[in-house]
Design a protein. Structure first.
Length: 279
């Protein structure tokens, strides 16, 4: 297997499991995470578990646009082409936080990160033969309450709503970039991994963390099942020409009504571009 795959948020949860499963299939994996020591430990763990030595760890803070730009340079120094980009990094923040660049944290990490990194790598995703871009979203997008005129929730922040909104943004972005770049042959798809028993939400305190912890014990699926749709979209020939879709349990399903709003898709795209142009 001579395919290069970049996975963000690859040191925990479904990102890590996706890396393990694709490494077993022989893919060359670029793992992206925030913590250097943890990243190197996970890399060694995956190498030992899969006997795949074609792994590389990239340290980056994906809530920071400059960090994303530096990451893209490092990836291009390592690889001439990228066959698969899995935008997986994300988090839930119960309290309002801002990035170093003054952006609302959930918006920056969960959406703008996907938007910026994908654009920066487009030239090498197109190299050789068209690649695949996979955006990890969530069925939480069905609960979104996105005000397209207040995308960063300046009028009032609610953590879970911000998370649901960001997952809707992942799907809006997927549909819009598919429309704009379908002639390239690159495929763009979003997915719901399921409610997975990971460390998701552990960065919070209080009621939100408690509810998530109880939910994980009662109804969460294991991380192998959670990573399965990622692996399917990355590796299966069944979807090599499928683009602009939303998947659940490795099946194309219909996303929410608002996710199909072309007005929302275009406005989010323009807003994201304007943010980046003014940083």
């Amino acid at each position: 297997m001579n395919k290069n795959c970049i996975i963000t948020g690859a040191t925990d949860g479904i990102g890590k499991q996706t890396a393990i499963d694709l490494a077993r299939l022989g893919y060359r994996i670029g793992l992206v995470g925030r913590d250097l020591q943890k990243g190197e430990s996970v890399l060694n763990e995956i190498e030992n578990a899969t006997n795949n030595q074609s792994l590389k760890y990239f340290r980056a803070d994906l809530s920071n646009i400059k960090g994303i730009e530096s990451l893209s340079y490092e990836i291009k120094e390592e690889y001439d082409s990228v066959d698969i980009l899995i935008n997986n990094a994300g988090a839930y923040f119960s309290e309002h936080l801002e990035t170093e660049e003054g952006l609302e944290m959930t918006f920056a990490l969960n959406h703008l990160n996907y938007f910026r990194l994908t654009h920066l790598l487009m030239d090498i995703i197109e190299n050789d033969q068209p690649g695949r871009v996979i955006n990890v979203a969530s069925s939480a997008h069905f609960s979104a309450r996105l005000d397209i005129n207040d995308i960063q929730m300046l009028k009032g922040y609610k953590g879970w709503t911000a998370y649901c909104n960001s997952k809707l943004m992942n799907i809006l972005f997927t549909y819009e970039i598919h429309k704009r770049f379908k002639e390239t042959g690159i495929t763009f798809n979003a997915l719901h991994p399921g409610f997975v028993d990971t460390r998701f939400g552990d960065n919070n305190t209080g009621l939100g963390k408690s509810i998530l912890s109880i939910g994980k014990k009662l109804i969460a699926i294991n991380v192998v099942k959670g990573a399965s749709t990622n692996v399917y979209l990355a590796s299966s020939d069944e979807v090599k020409n499928v683009s602009g879709k939303y998947f659940d349990r490795s099946k194309s399903v219909r996303s929410s009504k608002v996710s199909h709003s072309e007005i929302h898709q275009e406005k989010l795209w323009s807003y994201s571009e304007n943010i980046l142009n003014n940083l």
